[in-house]
Design a protein around this ligand. Structure first.
Ligand code: PLP
Length: 457
């Protein structure tokens, strides 16, 4: 089909919503390394994980063989409130850039949480309810995950306790209030409500917090209360599985119009949106059916793929979670309080780390002023005010489209627009006032943080 016929927005029918998630590990010959018990150094068992996570989610976490997992009917009903999400042809951006490239983005910001996080929040809340739990605990960085989880918990009548990275808690009071409106309790992290929080505060009294700290606190809160489990908004393989609804819908929409992307771009914090977007495409690569250029974009201030080490590390600062083999900057890495929000995590999903190590994914790091420059350009022509995290992907999509302008190549670019930035106006304000600065950690800082990686025998 000629590209001229492609509408601005490709909407799928409700009946076209995927009925199964895709588990890319089933198609990987070399699987991601297993999670290890930090005490024994042996692969964690389902029983060990079930103290922390919901039973069904542990099953998904450890499942390396089933390529497809049925999406329960109750989750599908919730998905129908805001999905399928549109695949948008960025005609206006293409025109503004004067590029021959064809740019598409999958827009995940059309729900109250303002991001893709709801795709996994509703799944995790559903399985917690199924198990008869009273509630769940979690961390949130920029606040999108906490917002999404509070929405999902209120839908199923579960208690929701959120540990919010202190810098975001202070910078984003309105996000906090959205969570409270949906019935969640929100605590700035590190806090003195947990043992691990008190320990971190004693060592780093002026810390702005990090996702790693907040995870430790939320895990402790879950394991010390009867009827609670911990849920995580990124990094874990189960989260990546739920997010494949993004990639599956994208593929259905593209296939409908005979579009094949040359390049797929996504921002990468813990890796869930990128993993979800690219999994079905990478599945084709793994099965030898197609080839794509896949690019992970991370902040230069927290460059786990581009400057980290592929090693076993703790997923949290308090070292209470299992060890994961991943690209990491070290669990003690404290990123500067920049505006990359949800991308300020020291590690990366073990699935994406392994795919990156196998050369199936590339990575780029970008500085925040250039990210906001791209965000502004995009907002002015496409209308949507993008989240700072998503704008990392926009930056590289624009860079690639401009490269096409130079070479005359008519490449098809697909990128993930993970969310909206209405709660990030503090960051936009800093950019508008010319007060935004860039921060790149030195080699010494990264080496120091990596020097405390755990030794695995
Ligand atoms: C809008 C948005 N995009 C992307 C991310 C990054 O998370 P992940 O790498 O898990 O997709 C976040 C995390 O908070 C987010 O809020």
């Amino acid at each position: 089909m000629s590209n001229e016929k492609i509408p601005y927005k490709i909407y799928l029918e409700e009946s076209e919503l995927p009925k199964q998630w895709y588990n890319v590990r089933a198609d990987m010959k070399k699987k991601p390394a297993p999670l290890l018990n930090p005490g024994t150094g042996k692969p964690v068992t389902a029983e060990e994980l079930e103290h922390v996570f919901c039973k069904e989610l542990v099953k998904q976490e450890l499942d390396e063989t089933n390529a497809y997992i049925d999406i329960p009917e109750e989750i599908l009903s919730f998905y129908k409130m805001y999905r399928p999400s549109p695949l948008v042809r960025a005609y206006c951006l293409e025109k503004a850039l004067g590029t021959p490239a064809k740019i598409y983005y999958k827009f995940e910001g059309n729900n109250t949480s303002g991001s893709h996080k709801l795709n996994s929040a509703i799944a995790q809340a559903y399985y917690a309810k199924q198990q008869g739990l009273k509630g769940v605990t979690t961390e949130t960085g920029a606040g999108q995950w906490g917002t999404a989880l509070s929405m999902a918990c209120s839908y199923f009548g579960l208690d929701c306790q959120v540990y919010m990275v202190k810098v975001s808690y202070e910078q984003k009071p309105f996000r906090r209030e959205v969570m409270r409106t949906y019935g969640a309790s929100v605590t700035p992290s590190p806090s003195n409500t947990t043992e691990v929080g008190r320990k971190i505060l004693a060592e780093f009294p002026d810390t702005n917090g990090s996702l790693g700290c907040a995870i430790s606190e939320a895990v402790e809160a879950a394991t010390s209360q009867e009827g609670y489990r911990y849920v995580l908004g990124s990094v874990l393989s189960q989260v990546l599985i739920h997010q494949t609804v993004i990639g599956l819908e994208s593929k259905i929409a593209m296939d409908k119009y005979g579009i094949k992307p040359d390049m797929i771009i996504g921002c990468a914090g813990g890796g869930s949106n990128l993993g979800g977007l690219v999994s079905p495409f990478i599945g084709e690569m793994l099965r030898g059916e197609a080839n794509y250029q896949v690019i992970a974009v991370e902040p230069a201030s927290c460059p786990s793929l581009t400057r980290g080490k592929y090693a076993y590390d703790f997923c949290d600062t308090g070292k209470v979670c299992p060890l994961a083999k991943m690209y990491t900057l070290g669990s003690g890495f404290m990123p500067s309080p920049n505006h990359a929000g949800g991308l300020r995590y020291h590690g990366m999903s073990s699935i994406l780390s392994e795919l990156y190590d196998q050369g199936l994914i590339e990575a780029r790091s970008v500085e925040q002023t250039s990210v906001f420059e791209a965000a502004e350009k995009f907002a002015r022509v496409e209308g949507i005010l993008p989240a700072p995290e998503s704008s990392h992907a926009i930056r590289v999509a624009i860079d690639e489209a401009l490269r096409c302008k130079e070479t005359g190549e008519e490449k098809t670019i697909l990128f993930g627009l993970t969310g909206t930035g209405y709660f990030d106006m503090y960051a936009y304000g800093a950019y508008n006032d010319g007060k935004m600065s860039d921060y790149i950690p030195t080699d010494e800082e990264i080496a120091k943080s990596l020097s405390s990686l755990p030794e695995i025998k």
